[in-house]
Design a protein around this ligand. Structure first.
Ligand SMILES: CC(=O)SCCNC(=O)CCNC(=O)[C@H](O)C(C)(C)COP(=O)(O)OP(=O)(O)OC[C@H]1O[C@@H](n2cnc3c(N)ncnc32)[C@H](O)[C@@H]1OP(=O)(O)O
Ligand SMILES: O=CC(=O)O
Ligand SMILES: [Mg+2]
Length: 712
């Protein structure tokens, strides 16, 4: 890789040219200030970063030793907790406090709604995610299994369409009801004595809550309503395919969907070198400048996708109101673990990737801060910081962003951070973690997928874990999810920051999502993750049904519902009596998920994939879900629930299955029958060397193997 020397660092020429030519101009930051700043981060913060990683290892070794010394004995929860306190894993909880975060945009502070996540390296998807602020409810209901069955290919099906319209109007009856007329019977709209009414033949009726009608477009083609802070647009177009057979000419209901979205530089991407990092940063730059475009073939045509414009309505009082056309964007940086070859420090070591992300993504966001109607209208930059272990690591992130603000000449606490509560040492010390970033925290989110991986890795020596599905039903996870909300509320996040919940990882199962994911707003969460724009539109319906802010008041009044003791209950398979078949199914399911994900990661550089599980349900797989499967197999191997040969046999059997699943992809290289490819080796490493991976993370193996493949 061509490099240039800058401030004693060896910088990939591609990244240096990108920063100089594309990013710095227009930011008011000089080249000298930027590179001197990067050098400061690399050389002053780098060693501290590495020391924090060593501390993780030391703590893990102490925990392993504790379990090994007590092998065969009953678990003593009291002694265990004291031990965790002694080694500083569990820190004392300090006095009550309230977060002090300021200048937070309303999408984060006050409007509960879906949060969409998207790999930043895919411009087509990233644009789609930013534009997913608004989604067609008719399309979401028609195009998925939301109403029971998935659509078949072919022309518009009138019967299916009628079912969709009926379901959407039934939802409107609940979310935006008229006093005495059902939406299905509405034949038109009018203003009578200055009041907005629905008309049905001779009858008319106002809204039950007149305040819900909040606007109309200049050309009268859209009516705007509001429920629990979220907007719904009823589109009137009697000449459209759908509108012409509708008694009121209604052509669609467009729902405010992804209120916020996370552009992901972390677990859903495969960024291993300067080329990949520059791609990720370029897409972020396009989003922050507002000029990102992607052209692609779809339905036999070339489509060019751009960012949507804002929307203008007249209020009932005749004033203009402008609504954002795009989701409020966060960017997820990588955590503290990885280094990256893009920049080498003056000793020739790769600099920590989190430092590179921090400075580069915030510099890029300066373009947004300098324009009107961009992402943040409150002058903030929103960074999700994942995979931090405990308060010291959060404090470290906080100081990194202090330094970044100084380097880039930004007011203190311009950068807001989202703390992923997805490592056990963060969950059990959550209040202190929030305190460590109390002037910039703008979300806490239960990343239960990484959290499950860390659960297994942390207690690897304690014994064999339950089956993956059963782990989800144990005390620890309920306590973790509840306590996250309760502590967030105690620390004053309501009205200032999001309290978020995790990903719906079955992208094609929308009926099940509609049934189950209402649990997230009911739990007091102001946002929860969805994998696609369509899922965002459907999940938005839950926020019409649940008044999250009122629910938060109820929960806060009730106090904490769980304790750290509950979180510390390890979901071990004590006395489990699995049949050979149970074990084989679990192992094969894990093997299939790992291989299906890893082969695309390593061979094609795709960081997030939909991979069928053993029951043929397409699952969203990313590095966090891979971490769970790999750690689970590593745990069962370590405790001899299965043997090495059985796992290898499962890998080989499932490699052939995964090959068949990808048979239509011309770029796919089969793993069977040779099993010698780099991707297959990566999958094996993740499991057979799984116990030795730091915190059970998949990044070190995946990066090494992808770099190996790229080098050939
Ligand atoms: C534990 C964690 O960290 S979770 C966070 C990380 N996970 C994620 O970010 C999940 C993001 N989701 C995805 O990457 C994808 O939805 C996948 C991989 C799960 C499925 O992708 P695909 O198989 O391509 O989906 P599918 O074929 O059903 O749909 C593709 C269409 O949906 C759109 N789409 C799918 N996911 C997204 C998304 N997250 N954001 C925006 N658009 C999306 C695509 O743009 C495409 O539409 P287009 O043709 O108009 O461009
Ligand atoms: O990042 C999210 C998770 O669940 O892990
Ligand atoms: Mg995660």
């Amino acid at each position: 890789m061509a490099r240039v020397e800058i401030h004693g660092m060896q910088v990939a020429a591609k990244y240096a040219a990108f920063i100089e030519a594309k990013v710095l101009p227009g930011t008011g930051v000089s080249s000298e200030a930027f590179w001197a700043g990067l050098s400061k981060l690399a050389h002053e913060f780098g060693p501290e970063n590495r020391a924090l990683l060593e501390e993780r290892e030391e703590i893990q070794q102490q925990i392993d030793a504790w379990h090994l010394e007590r092998k065969g004995q009953d678990h003593d929860a009291v002694a265990y907790k004291s031990f965790l306190q002694e080694i500083g894993y569990l820190v004392p909880e300090g006095d009550d406090f309230q977060i002090e975060t300021q200048n937070v945009d309303p999408e984060i502070a006050t409007v509960p709604g879906p949060q969409l996540v998207v790999p930043i390296t895919n411009a087509r998807y990233a644009l789609n995610a930013a534009n997913a602020r608004w989604g067609s409810l008719y399309d979401a209901l028609y195009g998925t299994d939301a109403l029971g069955d998935a659509p078949s290919a072919g022309d518009y099906d009138d019967k299916r369409g009628a079912k969709v319209v009926a379901a959407a109007k039934a939802h409107l009856d609940e979310a935006v009801p008229f006093d005495g007329i059902a939406w299905a019977d509405v034949t038109g709209f009018d203003f009578r004595k200055g009041v907005f009414v629905a008309v049905s033949g001779e009858n008319s009726a106002p809204l039950m809550d007149g305040g819900q009608f909040v606007g109309i477009t200049e050309d009268l083609s859209e009516l705007l309503f509001k429920k629990n802070g979220l907007h719904l647009r009823v589109v009137i177009n009697p000449s459209s395919v759908v509108g012409k057979s509708d008694p009121a000419g209604i052509a669609d209901v467009i729902v405010e969907s992804a209120v916020s979205a996370i552009m992901d530089c972390e677990d859903s991407v495969a960024c291993v070198d300067a080329e990949d990092k520059v791609l990720a940063y370029s897409n972020w730059l396009g989003l922050m400048k507002g000029n990102l475009e992607a052209s692609f073939e779809k339905g036999g045509k070339t489509v060019t996708r751009k960012l949507n414009d804002d929307l203008t309505f007249n209020t009932p009082k005749g004033k203009k109101v402008v609504l954002k056309g795009r989701a409020l964007l966060w960017i997820r940086n990588v955590g503290h673990l990885m280094s990256n070859p893009t920049v080498l420090d003056r000793d020739g070591n790769e600099i920590m990737e989190g430092l590179l992300d921090a400075l580069t993504t915030v510099l890029i966001a300066k373009h947004d801060l300098q324009r009107d109607s961009g992402n943040s209208v409150h002058g903030s930059v929103y960074i999700v910081k994942p995979k931090m272990h405990g308060p010291n690591e959060v404090a470290f992130a906080d100081r990194i962003f202090d330094a970044v603000e100084e380097i880039l000449d930004l007011p203190p606490h311009t950068v807001k951070i989202g703390i992923m509560d997805e490592e056990r040492r963060t969950s059990v010390n959550l209040k202190e973690c929030i305190r460590a970033a109390k002037s910039r925290v703008a979300f806490i989110n239960t990343g239960f997928l990484d959290r499950t991986g860390d659960e297994i890795h942390t207690s690897m020596e304690a014994g064999p874990f339950l089956r993956k599905d059963d782990i989800k039903a144990q005390e620890w996870i309920g306590a973790y999810e509840a306590l996250n909300v309760d502590i967030g509320l105690e620390c004053g996040l309501k009205g200032k920051a999001q309290i978020g919940k995790g990903m719906w990882a079955m992208p094609d199962m929308m009926e099940a999502m509609l049934e189950q994911k209402i649990g997230h707003p009911q739990s007091g969460a102001t946002c929860a993750w969805v994998p696609s724009p369509t899922a965002a539109t459907l999940h938005a319906l839950h926020y019409h049904k649940v008044d999250v802010l009122a629910r938060q008041d109820e929960l806060k009044a009730g106090g904490r519902r769980a304790s750290v003791d509950g979180i510390l209950a390890i979901p071990l398979a004590d006395g489990a009596n699995w049949s050979e078949e149970d074990i084989q199914r679990e192992v094969e399911n894990n093997a299939q998920g790992i291989l299906g994900y890893v082969v695309r990661w390593v061979d094609m550089g795709i960081g997030c994939s939909k991979v069928p599980d053993i029951n043929n349900v397409g699952l969203m797989e990313d590095r966090a879900t891979c971490r769970i499967s790999a750690q689970h197999l590593a745990n069962w191997l370590h405790h001899e629930v299965v043997g090495q040969q059985e796992v290898m046999a499962a890998f080989q059997k499932m490699a052939a299955v995964v090959d068949r699943q990808n048979a239509d992809d011309p770029d796919y290289k089969p793993m069977a029958p040779g099993f010698e490819g780099v991707a297959f080796q990566a999958a094996c490493d993740l499991v057979f060397k799984g116990r030795a991976q730091p915190s059970g993370y998949t990044e070190p193996v995946l990066h090494a193997r992808r770099l190996e493949l790229k080098a050939t």
